[in-house]
Design a binder for this molecule. Sequence first.
Ligand code: DX5
Ligand code: ZN
Length: 213
Amino acid sequence: MLIAPSILAADFSKLGNEIRDITEAGADWIHLDVMDGAFVPNLTFGAPVVQAVRGYTDLPFDVHLMIHQPHRYISDFCKAGADIISFHVEAEDNVAGTLDAIAAGGAKPALAVKPGTPVETVFPYLDKLYMVLVMTVEPGFGGQSYMGDMMSKVVALKEKAPKLLVQIDGGVNLETIVPSAKAGVDICVAGTSVFRAPSPKQMIQDLKKAASR
Ligand code: DX5
Ligand code: ZN
């Protein structure tokens, strides 16, 4: 199981140092949540911030776009140093073209689905996808409760495309990572549980241990 700490739960006043510290604590990827205040009812940051913190780690930057019509910004995020870019299938009119633009920009393409969106909506694009992100909370905010019934989507994806990476995002902690791992999740995003732990390093180790039970 890979752990991708979400910097949404980090201290934004020292974001670079937070990313450096979480790298030293054993993170596998850095998850960066981009919100536009329209697709989701919250605003975070854009490509300039991603670029500003890129130099603080060598870990892959996993950029999760929660914005309308993300094709408008793909080139900006690629240039800012994104390694994996996921966008919401619900938010884009030209899904195939946007996936192609991510690959052309040198990043790995991924699609995300909100809890209410059937996972079958990503099936037409499987041959273009590096990963699917199954949301286990409504996108927009950290600190919400994990929706265990989303694991049926993970199982369906693994049946349909066994080699595809599956990521979940929202409410991952020492308890919820256990059924997630059993369902076949490859990468867990974890915001609150990692950044608010007394020792993020210990928490990352414990999450991996719980996932391998
Ligand atoms: C929610 C974001 C998540 C969020 C997860 O819209 O996509 O990445 O930071 O936070 P926790 O782990 O606190 O649920
Ligand atoms: Zn996210």
